[in-house]
Design a protein. Sequence first.
Length: 554
Amino acid sequence: MIFAALPLSALILLLALPLGTAGARAETAPAAPGSAATPEKAIVQNHTTTAPVLLDGRTLMRLRGISAFPAEKRAGEIAQRIEAFARDGNNPVESLRFVEHPDHTEIFAGNARLLSVFNEDAHLEGIERREVLATLYLQSIARAVSEYRQERSPRVLLINTGYALGAAALFGLVLWIVRWLFRRFTILLERRYKSRVKDLEVKSFQILQAEHFWNFFRGVLHVVRALAIVVSAYVFLEFTLSLYPWTKAFADGMLDLVLDPLRRMGHGVLQAVPGLVFIAILVVVTRTLLKMIRLFFASVFIERVKLEGFEPEWAWPTYRIVRLLVVAFALVVAYPYIPGSGSAAFQGITLFLGVIFSLGSTSIIANIIAGYTMTYRRAFSLGDRIQVGDVMGDVVEMRLLVTHVRSPKNEEIVIPNSQILNSSVTNFSSLAQEQGLILHTTVGIGYEVPWRQVEAMLLMAAERTEGLKKQSPPFVLQKSLGDFCVVYELNVHCDRPSEMNGLYSRLHENIQDVFNEYVVQIMTPAYERDTPEPKIVPKEKWYTPPAHPEGQEA
């Protein structure tokens, strides 16, 4: 009598009704039979929020709710009652019955109330009589409870376990067959075609070795084999999990676990297509503009284009600065069109990376700025001999962050540009070609030796030294009148700063030779008391050779 046939039009109307999307959970103690004092009575007709009543993952019906008694809470309480009835094997399905009241219909399982159906529920579903809706609910509950109990019966579970064991054996056989087939296929291909594949070369330059090709081919085969194993494992798991009611819901949703992310990614890609097209066009325009800017600065570098007050060696550093500004501007323009740029996660990651970069790149930024500053200061160029602090050598490479210097001992020294910017730089080469670099050395000679003789001997030593700049004559300065000697400084010119160490060595050799020839002691030893003879030079000895009076030749 409970499952009496309903009009076909009512069934079609109910099945065609729109469904909502909410979830369901627990309820308070059930009311006594016939009691109308329940929160379900507060359901109003104009509320459209719905929630599903679930049993074993199946949706039995969808119910409405209000703010004081939400649809999720109502559906959850009813789902708990139906599940308790389904677990109770002593309470047969035939015990389902109606209890009519003036404003609602209650569905009972024995003496336990399952749910109440109100006129408002029927009106919201587009059904005039609530008894029709209650009958449909009752039939849905009876069918779901019967299936619930059947799937958990010992006989069905035993049969399904046999199916699961058979599926496991079949899955193991499939894995063995897949492995055997791919191994045989690989061996067959290597026997037939590996000897025919030779190294790919272009004008004696080897692009791809045969071994690399076969490693790539084996990698592709491994990927295909892995996909076959994954598909087999998916089929096995879905079939096995669907055999048991506790895991059937998960088995039904396994495919969605893979397809939903793919669907979302595809939908996201479609939504991002306009922005990606804009970014692609922006990239093409930016690359074209950068090429034009590069051609311009290349012309400046080779002096095909001349700018007043702009040195040719400034061309490439300036190009790098302009390129950075253009790329930065393009990134600012493209940022709103990057997929996901408006999300909080994207902005948070961007902020985090910015903080990390700012904390970890302080010295890098300082060296970069110092590198550009040195370029425009023109402190030195490639090949110049410089001294920075205690480091002296020839500049062999100038980079954005560091400068490489080769010392006279053939040591390569890497100096951070920030250190160079904050130190005094001595450039021995900048004026050497035009005016000559002045090399100087000092000697201490006693007061008993005529100063004219000393200066003549020093100039003679300079004339004997090869490699000095002959166009600029050497000269001697008396640096100081010390307690024990007169300090003379010999100054000579050279136009090859890279040879300054060798020139100093040859100059010192010639100074010693000249002073030894004329029997003059270079260094005067210190003493505690003066000698009886005064340390003076009589007038007749003023022009002791190699000195000579002015106007006379030596």
